[in-house]
Design a protein around this ligand. Structure first.
Ligand SMILES: Nc1nc2[nH]c(I)nc2c(=O)[nH]1
Length: 275
């Protein structure tokens, strides 16, 4: 079934993908899903034992990643239970499709729809982003409190009216703060990209109440809420957004900051999911 065919029901493709994942991993139900953005790659290993790893393009609806040589993977990770809690399983979506790839919004949200079809009740959306608050240096994790979707699009089709109050679960943000009380919160603004914002656009996002600028997450969050998932969003500030500091954006610096923050944010994410 082709997600690009308007007559295809995207939820049929998600159900098919979930069946393939259950069969290939041997895990009937995945309780929580993680979407790992830039800088978050190491979290899965700290979460528990990888039960199975699939090449994502072997699962219906997932496409080969745009970056040559980078194989997208889906991982099933067992989160060991403790005394009074059974083992749980996390579905780790290693590669996400960004809107700027032009593959359509259905592919952008196929991962979270598949996670819901695979039994998940919670999804953790992580990303790398630019920060508007100078106090958040590169490598700072920030909880997403709410978002501004500047993509002028939606993953939902037709008269699908969905309430988005408390979209980024207050309960899950409290759990995250139990793990790390120093975590700040912010409003995440999604731009279409793939270019970074001009200083004027960053200033505009600030005036609109934004604290973080990125190119992902908001559409996935909307689709996750529509699919009945509880959503936690965590951003990793990898650079000060354009114009906030006099320095130009340097992609190498962005990647380095993400790597340096790896251990701390991976431990944070693993502990939050374990709860
Ligand atoms: N839009 C936008 N996306 C980003 N992703 C990362 I990493 N840094 C940025 C940024 O400064 N702006």
């Amino acid at each position: 079934p082709d997600l690009d065919d308007p007559t295809t029901d995207p939820f049929d493709v998600a159900r098919l993908a979930a069946e393939v994942i259950a069969r290939r991993t041997g895990v009937e139900k995945h309780d929580v899903a993680l979407v790992l953005g830039s800088g978050w790659g190491g979290a899965a290993d700290l979460l528990g034992e990888t039960v199975a790893e699939l090449a994502s393009h072997e699962v219906p609806g997932f496409s080969r990643p745009a970056v040559a040589g980078h194989v997208g993977t889906l991982r099933s990770v067992r989160i060991a239970g403790d005394g009074d809690r059974p083992d749980r399983h996390a579905l780790v979506l290693g590669s996400r499709t960004h809107l700027y790839e032009g593959r359509g919004v259905r592919r952008v949200v196929h991962g979270v729809r598949t996670a819901a079809a695979a039994g998940a009740s919670t999804v953790v959306l992580t990303n790398g982003c630019g920060g508007l608050n100078p106090a958040w240096g590169p490598g700072t994790p920030v909880l997403v409190r709410d978002h501004l979707n500047l993509t002028a699009t939606s993953p939902l089709e037709g008269a699908t009216f969905v309430d988005l109050t408390d979209l980024y679960s207050q309960r899950l943000r409290a759990v995250a703060r139990e793990v790390d009380a120093s975590l700040d919160e912010g409003v995440y603004v999604q731009f279409p990209g793939p270019h970074y914002e001009t200083p004027a656009e960053v200033a505009m996002a600030g005036r609109l109440g934004g604290d973080l600028v990125g190119m992902s997450t908001t559409l996935e969050a909307i689709a996750a809420r529509h699919a009945g998932l509880e959503v936690l969003g965590i951003s990793l500030v990898t650079n000060l957004a354009a114009g906030i500091s006099p320095e130009p954006l340097d992609h190498a610096e962005v990647l380095a900051a993400g790597r340096a923050a790896g251990p701390r944010i991976s431990a944070l994410l693993a502990e939050v999911v374990r709860r």
